[in-house]
Write a protein that binds this ligand. Structure first.
Ligand code: CP
Ligand code: NVA
Length: 310
C-alpha cells in the first residue's frame, strides 16, 4: 500500500512523475472526467481549511468520484471514544482513499499503519507535502525548470511548509535557502537540514540556513513565506512571534535583494502586514493564486497515482 506521508520518502523520480501527471491533468481535465467513477475519498479534518478541503473535494467531483468531509470534532475518534486504528480500519471498508489534516504527525502514521487504503498527508504539524507538489508545479510553469533555481524561504523556519519545501526543493535540485531567527523554535529542524544535505548531494541542489534575511533572499529566483501563526500556534504567542519574525517580513525593501524577475509565493492563508506586505502579495511578482489553483491539479495526480488509476 502506497501513501503520501512526507516528500522525504518520495524519490525525485516519483515527484517528477506526479508533477508531469499534474500538468497533463491541468491541460486535459476532460480525459480524467471519469477515472474515479464510483470511488470515494474520505477527508478527515482536525484543523480549519479553505484550499485543501475545496481542492480535494472539487478534484474528486471533477474526476467522477465523491468526497466525504469528516470533521473529527463530531466523530467518535475525535472525542476519544474510538481509537484511530479502529476508525480507519472501519473506514477502509467503505472508502477508497483517505486524506487527513491532523495536529500530530504520529496520528497520521498510525492511520497509514492501519488503513487498508492509501493515506494522504493533508497537513500535520510536521509537514504539508500536497502544498509543495502544487508549489513545484507552479514554479516550473513560471520558470520552465526547477533544478538550479534559488528558492528563498523567509520567516518561520520551524514550520510544516518550510520542512516540506526543503525536502521537495532539494530533491529536485534547487538551491534552497531559509532565512529565519536563530533558535530551535524558529529555525528548521536539524534532522530535516541533515536529510536535505544528503538529497542535495544526490540532486546537485543545496541547502543553506541563516538568520540573515538579506543573505537568504539574495539573488533568489523564488521567494516564499508562510504564516507566522500556523493553525497549531496558540493565540497568546502572537505578539512575541510578530516581534521575532518582523526582520524577515517580505516587503519591497527585502524583495529588492532577490532577482528582478523573481516570483513571490505564499501557500495561504496570508496575513498582510505580517509575513509579507500587501504591496508584495498583491503586486506583479506574486503568483499566489496560480499556486493555490495547482492544489487541485497536483492532488488529482496524487490521488490517481496512489489509487493506481493511471
Ligand atoms: N495552503 C493550505 O493548505 O490552505 P488551507 O489551510 O486553506 O487548506
Ligand atoms: N504553516 C501553516 C500552513 C497553512 C496551510 C499552518 O500549519 O497553519
Amino acid at each position: 500500500m502506497e501513501h503520501l506521508i512526507s516528500l522525504k520518502e518520495w524519490s525525485p523520480e516519483k515527484i517528477r512523475a506526479v508533477l508531469d501527471l499534474a500538468m497533463d491533468v491541468k491541460i486535459h481535465p476532460e480525459e480524467y472526467a471519469s477515472v474515479m467513477n464510483a470511488k470515494t475519498l474520505l477527508m478527515i479534518f482536525e484543523k480549519p481549511s479553505l484550499r485543501t478541503r475545496l481542492s480535494f473535494e472539487a478534484g474528486m467531483t471533477q474526476m467522477g468520484g465523491h468526497a466525504i468531509y469528516y470533521n473529527t470534532s463530531t466523530s467518535p475518534m475525535g472525542s476519544g471514544k474510538e481509537t484511530i486504528s479502529d476508525s480507519v480500519k472501519t473506514a477502509s471498508r467503505f472508502i477508497d482513499i483517505i486524506m487527513a489534516r491532523l495536529f500530530k504527525h504520529e496520528d497520521l502514521l498510525e492511520m497509514a499503519e492501519y488503513a487498508t487504503v492509501p493515506v494522504i498527508n493533508a497537513l500535520t504539524d510536521d509537514s504539508h507535502p500536497c502544498q509543495i507538489l502544487a508549489d513545484l508545479q507552479a514554479i516550473e510553469e513560471k520558470k520552465g525548470r526547477l533544478a538550479g533555481l534559488k528558492l528563498a524561504y523567509l520567516g518561520d523556519g520551524f514550520n510544516n511548509v518550510t520542512h516540506s519545501l526543503m525536502y521537495g526543493g532539494t530533491k529536485m535540485g534547487m538551491h534552497v535557502s531559509v532565512g529565519s531567527p536563530a533558535g530551535k523554535d524558529y529555525s528548521p529542524r536539524t534532522d530535516v537540514v541533515a536529510d536535505c544535505k544528503q538529497f542535495s548531494k544526490e540532486s546537485g541542489g543545496s541547502i543553506f540556513v541563516t538568520d540573515n534575511a538579506i543573505e537568504a533572499i539574495k539573488e533568489a529566483d523564488v521567494v516564499y513565506t508562510d504564516s507566522w501563526m500556523s493553525y497549531h500556534i496558540p493565540k497568546d504567542q502572537e505578539a512575541a512571534r510578530i516581534a521575532k519574525f518582523m526582520p524577515y517580513q517580505v516587503n519591497a525593501e527585502l524583495m529588492a535583494h532577490a532577482k528582478p524577475d523573481s516570483i513571490f509565493m505564499n501557500c495561504l492563508p496570508a496575513n498582510r502586514g505580517c509575513e509579507q506586505t500587501a504591496d508584495v502579495i498583491d503586486g506583479p511578482q506574486s503568483i499566489v493564486f496560480d499556486e493555490a489553483e495547482n492544489r487541485l491539479h497536483a492532488q488529482k495526480a496524487v490521488i490517481l497515482t496512489l489509487c493506481g488509476s493511471v
